[in-house]
Ligand binder design. Structure first.
Ligand code: 147
Length: 657
């Protein structure tokens, strides 16, 4: 706990840390952010009841309230699986252009509504197939890819009045210098001189290319490294470029996750001179048992109940975000930035006119601040007393406001972002007693608020029975609750009927390392489901139609592993049906005769009950069989047998009676 008064004996073992602007400032602070996408991480947030959804958005973006983020990074959807699902491209095909798909436009507008100063950053994970022209590279025609990306930036402006501040290259995949130059040239030619290029969203390796190529050096605004473990490469520092942890965190959002976030927010600068840190992800809004469940600043996975959880990382963020802003500057190492004598770290941030000072101190112990990656070398933190000394222009400060967090482990209660009594400075000096796993902000800023809303509604399981006819949707929206793991689904309407269409007609430029099978799949519900009835109307369009459609139960995997998902899959083709034990159809359980034509609507049903599987077509029983041994539970799913158009309507899910 912050203790200003210390017995005389404290002085004997206390150490001084100084905050002094005399030698000037070091680097400019570029902000703390969250990442929506890479992929589909905000999926379940979109159709929350408006009341809870607005509350959640306030906790994330509203200044002076919660995480109050400075940067929102979003995926530029590419119709590919990009971790927890696929996000739609604005150009499924070369002849197609649409800026109403998905939810990132909506999210960016909600963020801007709350904080007009929030910076926006777009980055693709994958690309629709036509960009690769039959290859799996986006660089076969770099001006075409640059055109595709700049169209997204232009669409943001024209259709949503959103200014994209930063754009990246290809998430965690190879960059191409020719492409980076083409991208810059295209941005400039279309009036986006102010959209800055961040490269290359992997490690620091672009630093050597920047050193060797003055033209490239001019183009790259900041080097963006992922999961830097608070360290930057000397080559990267040598470029003189801004250095960003352009994706970091990805840790379950309990107190250890909060500890990770607190440690890296400070130490990315202290150890690595990184001036921006962006959390993967912004909000964990994807079903449990998809990859990296809960790896967001907070969790919201129940649109049907409205339940959500404001987790520790939100309040850890607030310690920095509410009291320092983009364009502020860090003090110099040794003059307000450094490691504490007995472990932990501190940063001093100053506003552009030099009149406000914010100090953030963290004392996270090793085991209480481990992030998902990279491994964290051993270190020690001990309780300590530090003498704080304010020098230069700051020497006249007599008091600072104090915000305090102590993460509670082993049954102890968390203290999260509480306002404490002011700390008094006598001749620029004060003493602070620090315990373990604390975050303390000392600031001249008088703002700061621990935002609060009434408890959200209680948690509820996915509601069954469940029906979805899509009639209430806006055109081009993505179906709610159906978490697309391959393919891109959107709401269309013909003859006064609204339905969901699978839009991807060719294999995309994948992001997942192992590529994927040429199937599309949407999962829904819970991986706890065992017995279930799943039925849907489907139609295979005549032109560019998929070869078949399926309904499935007990689907056990999503994410990049979706392609190897097992389950009970009933595929319908114009001339037969196939029951497979896996999405890839490597294991056929049953086959039989079926006859229908493309362009006709039919209903496909799958009932798993009491050890029996029953398939139906247009409500007539097709077969009965014994339930396969594995998997024993999983999501319900619908999808297609190949990339190609397919329409779905009147989804019905019924649980065991
Ligand atoms: C990152 C991705 O960029 C994100 O989309 C998301 O998948 C995130 C989840 O932690 O991870 O990709 C990485 C995946 C693996 C490693 C690093 C980054 N790794 O093993 O070092």
């Amino acid at each position: 706990l912050v203790a200003v008064v210390c017995a005389a004996v404290c002085g004997a073992y206390s150490q001084s840390i100084v905050f002094d602007d005399t030698p000037g400032m070091e680097r400019q602070f570029d902000g703390i952010g969250g990442l929506s996408g890479g992929g589909a991480t905000s999926k379940l947030l979109v159709n929350y009841p408006q009341e809870q959804r607005d509350q959640i958005l306030d906790y994330l973006f509203k200044p002076n309230f919660g995480a109050s983020l400075h940067i929102l990074k979003v995926e530029i959807g590419g119709d590919v699986q990009s971790t927890d699902g696929t996000e739609a491209s604005h150009m499924h095909n070369s002849w197609d252009e649409n800026y109403q798909r998905g939810y990132e436009w909506w999210l960016m507008k909600e963020a801007k509504k709350r904080n007009p100063n929030i910076k926006l950053y777009g980055l693709p994970w994958g690309f629709p197939g036509w960009i690769g022209q039959g290859t799996h590279s986006p660089y076969v025609n770099v001006s075409m890819t640059a055109d595709y990306i700049v169209r997204w930036i232009n669409g943001a402006k024209v259709y949503h009045n959103l200014t994209i501040d930063y754009v990246g290259i290809w998430n965690e995949r190879p960059y191409d210098i020719g492409y980076i130059k083409a991208l810059r040239a295209t941005l400039d030619a279309r009036g986006f001189q102010n959209t800055l290029v961040i490269a290359a969203d992997e490690e620091w390796e672009i630093a050597t290319d920047i050193q060797a190529d003055p033209e490239l050096a001019k183009i790259v605004h900041a080097i963006g490294c992922h999961y830097p473990g608070t360290l930057s490469d000397p080559d990267a520092v040598y470029t003189g470029k801004q250095l960003w942890a352009s994706e970091d965190y990805s840790t379950f959002n309990d107190d250890v996750g909060g500890g990770c976030w607190a440690r890296i927010l400070n130490q990315n600068y202290v150890n690595g001179l990184m001036t921006a840190t962006i959390s993967w992800n912004l909000i964990a809004s994807y079903y449990d048992n998809l990859p990296y469940y809960g790896n967001g600043l907070m969790t919201a996975v129940e649109p049907w109940s409205g339940n959500y959880v404001v987790e520790t990382p939100i309040w850890v963020s607030a310690h920095t975000t509410q009291f320092a802003f983009v364009g502020w500057n860090y003090l110099k190492h040794g003059y307000g930035v450094g490691k504490l004598p007995k472990g932990g770290s501190y940063v001093g941030l100053v506003n552009p006119t030099g009149t406000e000072l914010t100090i953030v101190i963290e004392t996270m112990s090793h085991n209480h601040s481990v992030c998902i990656r990279p491994p964290l070398p051993a270190y020690n933190v001990e309780p300590q007393v530090v003498n704080i000394s304010l020098a230069g222009k700051f020497s006249s400060i007599t008091k600072m406001n104090v915000w305090y967090t102590k993460l509670g482990f082993d049954g102890a209660k968390d203290i999260l972002f509480e306002k404490r009594d002011q700390i008094q400075f006598v001749n620029g000096k004060a003493q602070l007693s620090l315990g373990l796993d604390e975050v303390i902000t000392l600031t001249t800023m008088t703002t700061g608020q621990k935002g609060a809303y009434p408890e959200p509604p209680p948690s509820q399981p996915f509601p069954l029975p469940y029906t979805e006819d899509f009639e209430s949707y806006s055109l081009y929206e993505e179906p709610f609750n159906l978490a697309q793991q391959s393919g891109a689904y959107e709401i269309l309407s013909t003859n006064n009927n609204t339905f969901a269409r699978q839009m991807t007609i060719m294999e995309p430029v994948f992001w997942c390392k192992f590529g994927g099978v040429s199937k599309t799949v949407n999962v829904i519900g819970s991986t706890d489901w065992t017995d279930i009835y799943v039925a849907v109307d489907f139609q295979l369009p005549v032109i560019n139609g998929s070869l078949g459609a399926f309904v499935a139960a007990r689907v056990d995997q999503g994410g990049c592993e979706a392609f190897s998902a097992q389950g009970i899959f009933l595929f319908a083709f114009p001339d037969r049906y196939i029951v497979a034990n896996d999405l890839a159809r490597t294991k056929t359980l049953k086959e039989g005769y079926l006859a229908f034509e493309a362009g006709e609507w039919h209903r496909l049903g799958l009932l798993v009950q009491d050890g029996n599987v029953q398939g139906s077509f247009d409500n007539k029983i097709l077969f009965n069989m014994t339930v396969p041994v594995v998997p024993i539970s999983g999501f319900a799913a619908i999808g297609t047998d190949s990339f190609g158009l397919a329409d779905f309507d009147n989804l019905q899910l019924t649980g065991p009676s």
